[in-house]
Design a protein around this ligand. Structure first.
Ligand SMILES: *Cc1c(COP(=O)(O)O)cnc(C)c1O
Length: 398
């Protein structure tokens, strides 16, 4: 008898979580590792948000809530879309889940069937292809180019569209590249979705983390027609340094939200009541802390991009948003260390962890082997020391 399902056997753990685990276990052995692996802000959750959660506990707000979140939370989400994006949603078009990842998972379960094709531009967030595949659908990977700001070209998109195309996933600003779409580019994507009749899944989790006064636009705001064809996946994790609280949310057509709610009602039920109260405060309360965090991220981005571009053989696109850089290290994939060849992003990441004691995430995990992902959601001091170590380790390669 076989123990595991084919579904379970087809999965491997999220590589970004795995790299952090390895770095942490080295730390536990007393090795000083500098980690650029983090997929989360290094800041603490703002005090007003914590206070709302403590109040919720003290007031006994500790029971089941409606499956898709309280009306209070849904209203805070609705207000956020109105305030920030000029979008109008009804409660029946909103669902809160246990993190943006859970939102995406439930969405995939709600709209994908076996044989459906889902276009995913690469570099992509590591979890999209497995979650699409878990829903039985086929991830169709379309490559983007560094010199294009890692954005989908319409020619490449067109080539990937077939009668089976059910959806396109966009993530702007992007994890891992920091690329972000302009209004004009989104208009072209929306035009394609409408003329070829597929859905757009717009992962807007990094909406607030943008630099150089970049104006974030949600594709949904372009027209009523594209609103009917788009599902926004969002959450509080990145904007409010709330990764551990596990609140994500989805906005989209009522029929889809209702199906997601059914799936959620038979699996997790409601997201944590206390975290919902905290998220109401996050979305509706003062946004001052967000500004402070983004200012710090921008300063680090400027530094890290500059340093990386000064390393011989490395090129680094300057991110427009999120808190990652995605430098191209492929000129090192022909080198060796003590007779051992380094020939791809995984081997270089292993080398950097072993020799430089610096954790980065191999680009191959995001569907782009020439690159490594470095998160700058870490202190300036660590960024400086980490880059010194990387430079020194790269110099040892022959
Ligand atoms: C972090 C992240 C999410 C969601 O994270 P949660 O912690 O599950 O809310 C979604 N999409 C992208 C691209 C992310 O980087």
């Amino acid at each position: 008898m076989f123990v595991l399902s084919n579904r379970a056997k087809s999965l491997k753990p999220s590589p970004t979580l795995a790299i952090n685990a390895k770095a942490k276990s080295m730390q536990a052995q007393g090795i000083h590792v500098i980690s650029f692996g983090a997929g989360e802000p290094d800041f603490d959750t703002p005090q007003n948000i914590k206070a709302a959660a403590i109040k919720a506990i003290e007031e006994g707000f500790t029971k089941y809530t409606p499956v898709g979140g309280t009306d209070e939370l849904k209203d805070a989400i609705i207000k956020k879309f109105q305030r920030d994006n000029g979008l109008t949603y009804k409660r029946s078009e909103i669902i809160a889940s246990c993190g943006g990842k859970h939102s995406f998972y439930n969405l995939a379960q709600a709209i994908f069937d076996a044989g459906d094709e889902v276009i995913i531009p690469a570099p992509y967030w590591v979890s999209y292809p497995p979650m699409v595949a878990l829903a039985g659908a086929v991830p169709v990977i379309v490559e983007t180019r560094e010199e294009n700001g890692f954005k989908l070209s319409m020619e490449d998109l067109k080539k990937a569209i077939t009668p089976k195309t059910k959806a396109l996933i966009i993530n702007s600003p992007s994890n891992p590249t920091g690329g972000a779409y302009t209004k004009e580019e989104l208009e072209k994507i929306a035009g394609m979705a409408l003329s070829h009749n597929f859905f757009v899944i717009s992962d807007e989790i990094y909406e607030k983390i943008v630099y150089d006064h970049f104006k974030f636009i949600s594709i949904v705001s372009l027209s009523e027609e594209i609103k009917k064809r788009t599902i926004i996946v969002h959450g509080v994790a990145k904007t409010y340094a709330m990764t551990g609280w596990r609140i994500g949310y989805t906005a989209g057509p009522e029929e889809i939200i209702s199906a997601m709610s059914n799936i959620q009602s038979q699996s997790t039920s409601n997201p944590t009541s206390i975290a919902q109260k905290a998220s109401v405060e996050a979305l509706a309360g003062s946004q001052k802390e967000v500004f402070k965090m983004v200012t710090a991220f921008e300063e680090r981005r400027n530094y890290i991009v500059d340093r990386l571009n000064k390393i011989p053989g490395v090129s680094c696109f300057k991110p427009i948003g999120a808190f990652y850089v995605f430098p191209n290290f492929s000129s090192y994939y022909v080198k060796s260390y003590q007779g051992k060849k380094i020939s791809n992003s995984t081997e270089l990441a292993d080398y950097l962890l072993d020799v430089a004691r610096v954790a980065v995430v191999p680009g191959v995990e995001f569907g782009a082997d020439p690159f490594e992902r470095l998160s700058y959601a870490t202190s300036m001091e660590d960024i400086k020391e980490g880059l010194n170590r990387i430079e020194e380790a790269l110099r040892k390669l022959v």
